[in-house]
Design a protein around this ligand. Structure first.
Ligand code: NG6
Ligand code: CA
Length: 507
């Protein structure tokens, strides 16, 4: 009896020693540094995100690791720079699972640490084996095989087909009598597309995005069937919140990790009717208001369950802003004075700061002292930081580029963020390297993308190498490579070594 008491005291002592907060990572889609009011937007308000920042740490050098979706998400989950792994670029609707079951992931490590894990929202990391997704059967491998105990997904990204939810490896509400077919080729001569039925569209396309039509919007890719499983674009945000409320309610007794992968503000930007017109900036702005609402709801869910004081919330984005990304949704026309990239140059697809430096906020009530931090932190670091914090060891051959910056994420006195960071563009050989205030940009083929985010996307000719002093020139206007040749050379060699070494996390 006494021995048992002693044992249980000892065990509970250990439980206290390894601090295991719940973790909610809210990743926005295509949200720029200047797209929320606490980061300088003044054409509209984002009160919930502002409140999160006021209660936590607002990072001024918070990054995602790439300026498009799939590679950033790949790196967030695996801790590996995506440029090292071919096949991690923007995934097609029929892409097989990009992260194979044998890869050690962030959710794997947290599961090992006793966490319940879930991803709710946009996936865009492929599903299924070599032949791609089996839409009418089991969509494996997928999130379930790489550490997520539960998933409720938009399988690709919503400008790509199909518009169905996937819950625990199956398309939800699918009627076997009406199978879902998804493919790259037009299924029949008379299959309506954004080209043949352009006059029926409720939102016109501007480039690409002119294949199968669903909900009045034409998409990338073709599909037929699965009518009973199809959703309305307007309802996505509500669905993510609803499923999160349910999952958190059911899993709050154990430590949990929720990856809340919002689709806002990716194209097609179709906010719920109640948000339409709310920003004055057209649907792009309205989707930011919708995203802000989601953040407020997640905070409410934590409060309702009395969880705010033992939950670390991380708010981030998967890449920087873009205006016209394939639909005529008036993002550019209604922009006014709004600066989606804040003070930075470039946006989605680019290796300028606007492509990867985004809003980045951490909040943990009662633990994190509210404030602002200029330490460099990146979504790729969450794997090492969280696993280390909860006391789970990372195998030597995993999380190759994930660094432990937990002290910085928690705002601990004197704690440092990264001393260097590689940023990847749309082309995986366009890389930049930030070391302190210095930044080297390498455009391997001399082609950059949309340096000015307030312009239609285009390729721009740029020097192969540029050197920038971010402290003096955050807008990356002055290439000082020739004025500081030694500095430029040092960074060039360092970048080459980072690429050829195959890892940056010390062994
Ligand atoms: C591009 C698409 C763009 C968007 C992007 C992926 C065209 C012309 N452009 O190829 O609309 O879908 O891929 O965005 O098709 S991401 O945020 O998911 O990476
Ligand atoms: Ca994105």
């Amino acid at each position: 009896m006494i021995r048992n008491l002693f044992l249980s005291l000892l065990l509970s002592g250990f439980a206290i020693a390894a601090e295991k907060p719940n973790v909610v990572v809210i990743m926005a889609d295509d949200l720029g540094y200047g797209d929320v009011s606490c980061y300088g937007a003044n054409s509209f308000e984002t009160p919930n995100i502002d409140q999160l920042a006021a209660e936590g740490i607002k990072f001024t050098s918070g990054y995602c690791s790439a300026s498009t979706c799939t590679p950033t998400r790949y790196s967030f989950i695996t801790g590996n720079y995506a440029f090292r792994f071919p096949g991690t670029g923007i995934a097609a609707p029929t892409a097989p699972a990009i992260i194979k079951p044998d890869v050690v992931t962030l959710p794997d490590l947290l599961q090992k640490g006793g966490y319940k894990t879930a991803v709710i929202g946009k996936w865009h990391l492929g599903l299924g084996g070599e032949n791609g997704p089996d839409w009418n059967g089991e969509l494996r491998p997928g999130p379930a095989e790489i550490g997520f105990g539960y998933h409720f997904l938009l399988p690709t990204t919503n400008d790509r087909v199909p518009q169905v939810y996937v819950e625990n490896s199956r398309v939800l509400n699918l009627d076997p009598k009406d199978p879902l077919w998804v493919g790259k080729k037009k299924p029949s001569e008379d299959h309506p597309t954004g080209i043949t039925h352009r006059d029926t569209l409720t939102m016109d396309w501007s480039h690409g995005h002119n294949q199968t039509i669903h909900n009045g919007i034409s998409r990338i890719g073709f599909y037929t069937g699965g009518e009973s499983a199809r959703f309305r674009d307007e309802d996505l945000a509500d669905e993510w919140v609803k499923q999160s409320r349910k999952w958190i309610g059911e899993n709050k007794e154990e430590p949990f990790f929720l990856f809340f992968a919002s689709h806002d503000i990716h194209v097609p930007r179709i906010p719920h009717e109640r948000f339409q017109g709310s920003s004055g900036l057209g649907y792009r702005g309205d989707c930011i208001i919708q995203l802000d609402w989601c953040v407020g709801e997640i905070m409410k869910i934590l409060d309702e369950n009395n969880l705010a004081e033992n939950t670390l919330v991380v708010f981030c984005s998967d890449n920087g802003p873009v205006m016209d990304d394939g639909y005529a949704d008036e993002a550019l026309e209604k922009l006014g004075n709004h600066k989606a990239g804040g003070p930075f140059t470039g946006g989605k697809y680019s290796i300028y700061e606007g492509g990867t430096r985004t809003p980045f906020i951490t909040r943990w009530k009662g633990k994190i002292e509210p404030g602002e931090s200029d330490e460099v932190v990146c979504t790729i670091d969450l794997m090492n930081s969280l696993a280390s914090h909860v006391g789970v060891e990372i195998p030597a051959n995993a999380g190759l580029d994930s660094l432990n910056v937990m002290g910085a994420l928690l705002g601990e006195q004197g704690a440092k963020g990264r001393d260097h960071l590689v940023q990847q563009g749309n082309r995986s050989d366009n890389l930049s390297l930030r070391v302190g205030d210095w930044k080297l940009l390498r455009h391997n083929k001399g082609q950059g993308r949309n340096l000015v985010v307030e312009k239609k996307l285009e390729n721009t000719t740029v020097p192969k190498f540029q050197l920038i002093n971010l402290a003096e020139d955050p807008g990356e206007k002055n290439n000082v490579f020739e004025a500081h040749p030694e500095k430029g050379e040092v960074l060039k060699v360092m970048l080459e070594k980072i690429v050829s070494d195959g890892r940056t996390r010390p062994e």
